[in-house]
Design a protein. Structure first.
Length: 259
């Protein structure tokens, strides 16, 4: 391997291979031979053995002779126990996209301080729609109780408040886009029990199960909304992702006078 031409994902592969042992990847310890002490780290052949993918596969990956499929690379990275940060680095270099990572720790309690610093309605959500944090402008503006529900997907799809009071033209404009966003979340996180439960509820709902999804979700889309304090207006969703969470700012503008 020519080190000067080595890409970052190749360097990471070798770093983690040399940092792991056979027991780390589920293999038995090899007996020490007569030739001296056991070498540190895994051999390339050990990685092949643990992958059950054939001889020489890892060597081709590490030298750049084989461009791995996303599935193969994720298997190798998980086997070698890449950190989430290094997994993102390697995945972006190889495929120009972030990997979809399951949440392995509870969200930071400091997200409330982040959204409280905004004057616009703002919230932070898990991929399954559970509310991590929201500011008073969000909870006080959209919900009759002044308190946001625990799961925004469930509220927006099934509650009478969302359907009949808050999300204007729910069936024509809101619901198809909500379903589009929900489908994307479900495909990204197939192991989410919450998303599976909501999907089953959608299939059992007489209004939703026959509804056709929109071609896009909320990205830069203007929708009508009835604000609890200010009345009828329009909202635009500005979204970003941080630590696997959705950070959403809802820009609200009062509707102009009727023409």
């Amino acid at each position: 391997m020519t080190r000067g031409r080595e890409r970052e994902y190749q360097r990471l592969l070798e770093h983690y291979r040399e940092s792991r042992t056979r027991p780390d990847v589920g293999l038995a310890v090899r007996p020490t031979g007569r030739g001296g002490p056991r070498p540190k780290g895994l051999r390339q052949a050990d990685v092949d053995e643990a992958l059950h993918g054939g001889s020489g596969v890892y060597q081709k990956l590490a030298t750049g002779r084989l461009h791995p499929s996303p599935d193969l690379f994720m298997r190798v990275a998980r086997l070698l126990r890449f950190s989430d940060h290094h997994l993102r680095v390697a995945h972006v270099e190889l495929y120009r996209t972030d990997p979809v990572l399951p949440s392995t720790s509870p969200p930071s309690p400091h997200w409330r301080r982040v959204v409280d610093g905004q004057s616009e309605m703002a919230c932070v959500l898990t991929p399954a729609g559970s509310l991590v944090a929201c500011n008073d402008a969000f909870s006080g503006g959209m919900f009759s109780s002044g308190r946001a529900p625990s799961n925004l997907w469930r509220w927006a799809l099934f509650s009478e408040e969302a359907r009949d009071q808050v999300l204007v033209k729910w069936e024509e404009e809101w619901a198809p886009r909500i379903l589009a966003e929900f489908t994307l979340a479900r495909v990204r996180h197939p192991s989410s029990e919450t998303l599976r439960e909501i999907h089953l509820a959608v299939r059992n709902d007489p209004r939703l199960r026959e509804m056709e999804e929109a071609e896009t979700g909320f990205t830069d889309t203007v929708l009508a909304l009835h604000h609890r304090q200010f009345g009828h207006g329009e909202v635009r969703f500005m979204k970003s992702t941080a630590d696997g969470l959705g950070v959403v700012t809802v820009l609200f503008d009062l509707a102009g006078p009727a023409s």
